[in-house]
Design a protein around this ligand. Structure first.
Ligand code: SF4
Length: 365
């Protein structure tokens, strides 16, 4: 497969597309595109594309980092689950160090809470099987790429008759957040670079409303440097021709309809629900809640979770970074107080976080 990956990192081809992009933008007004997803943000930094782009093309990062957009309240809930007796909390590694109102899962673990890092929801089901005398709560964060795998784990636990497994569903779906960003009116934007992996599941049609209602060009792009350059070229092309539609650059992975089997699985277990996003606040139908038939796997119904008083560090500007209205370098804490070793907010903790990417690639050589 490396052969195929290499094809999408070909330097000569990259220079050719860059030259075309520069020609296309020459003498044109500046344009601002948002890469919605953290995977794009990291890839853009890692490949060193940013300084090579025409000076009139500005890239801003969006809210597509699952750890970063998890509301403080949900982080606090995850920590609350970890404080319950005979309970194991299973979660993805990135979430461990995100500061909640008072503490983090990692700090709670150091104090004796049973918090385990897992790579998938299936690992958490296995953990439940191995520990029948404990409750295992999986903290379900992530977008449409992750949610079907969690749905699959839930149906598997059901088939196997596992009684001590539940999920705290803090999953999010992307298109409603894109609409919320645009309707807020505080973001000037010329187009969205949409994520290849999420769109493999939801299909390019998922952005049709965003494109038509807000007259916003959308291009679904892969994550290799050539994909990104090609995607940007397609965005500029659309913008300059005055059009607003959904184009797919990542044709080797994305169809218009998406992965209908994964969509069915997700819809079998979850239903759309309102959700609170860090930085963006509550957004209608942007989350996934358990359908009634699966309520026994819903950690919030299995446990009596109290209302928790949330306290956010007012100095952390993650919310503004996620809305694309502030660059990490403009946050007064960036690098001075907030570092990957001592993160003040999730955007610095997560491997897909914008602040973390700026720190690692813009400052660490
Ligand atoms: Fe928050 Fe740190 Fe990013 Fe500032 S640099 S917005 S404190 S995560």
């Amino acid at each position: 497969t490396l052969k195929y990956v290499d094809e999408f990192r070909d330097g000569t081809l990259a220079r050719t597309i860059l030259a075309k992009l520069k020609k296309q933008c020459a003498g044109r007004a500046p344009m601002r595109f948002m890469e919605i997803c953290g995977t794009h943000t990291v890839s853009i930094f890692r490949s060193g594309l940013r300084p090579l782009l025409p000076s009139t093309v500005e890239l801003i990062s969006g809210p597509g980092c699952p750890v970063c957009v998890t509301a403080s309240e949900d982080i606090d809930k995850a920590i609350w689950f970890a404080s319950q007796p005979d309970t194991i909390v299973a979660t993805f590694g990135d979430l461990l160090r995100v500061p909640g109102s008072r503490t983090s899962l990692a700090q709670e673990r150091a104090q004796g809470a049973d918090v385990r890092m897992v790579y998938s929801a299936m690992d958490a089901v296995a953990l439940a099987e191995e520990n029948p005398d404990k409750e295992v709560v999986f903290i379900g964060i992530g977008f449409e790429t992750t949610a079907p795998t969690v749905a699959a784990a839930v149906t598997m636990a059901n088939r196997q008759g596992i009684q001590n497994f539940s999920v705290f569903s803090a999953h999010k779906v992307l298109p409603p957040a894109m609409e919320a960003l645009l309707s807020s009116g505080d973001l000037r934007l010329d187009g969205f670079l949409c994520p290849g992996h999420v769109t493999t599941v939801i299909g390019a049609k998922a952005y049709e409303d965003v494109a038509s209602r807000y007259r916003m060009p959308c291009v679904v792009a892969g994550f290799e440097p050539l994909d990104i350059l090609h995607g940007l070229w397609m965005l500029v092309e659309q913008r300059l021709s005055g059009e607003a539609r959904v184009d797919v650059q990542y044709r080797r992975g994305v169809t218009w309809e998406g992965n209908t089997a994964a969509q069915r699985l997700m819809a079998q277990v979850f239903r759309p629900a309102n959700a609170v996003w860090r930085g963006l606040g509550p957004i209608a139908r942007s989350g996934l809640a358990f359908r009634d038939e699966w309520a026994r796997f819903d950690a919030t119904q299995r446990f009596s979770v109290p209302t928790l008083s949330v306290r956010e560090d007012p100095a952390c500007r993650c919310g503004d970074v996620l809305r694309g209205v502030l660059a990490p370098l403009q946050c007064p804490l960036f690098r001075k107080v907030c570092t990957p070793q001592n993160p003040k907010g999730p955007c610095m903790v997560s491997s897909e976080g914008t602040c973390g990417a700026y720190f690692k690639y813009a400052y660490d050589g």
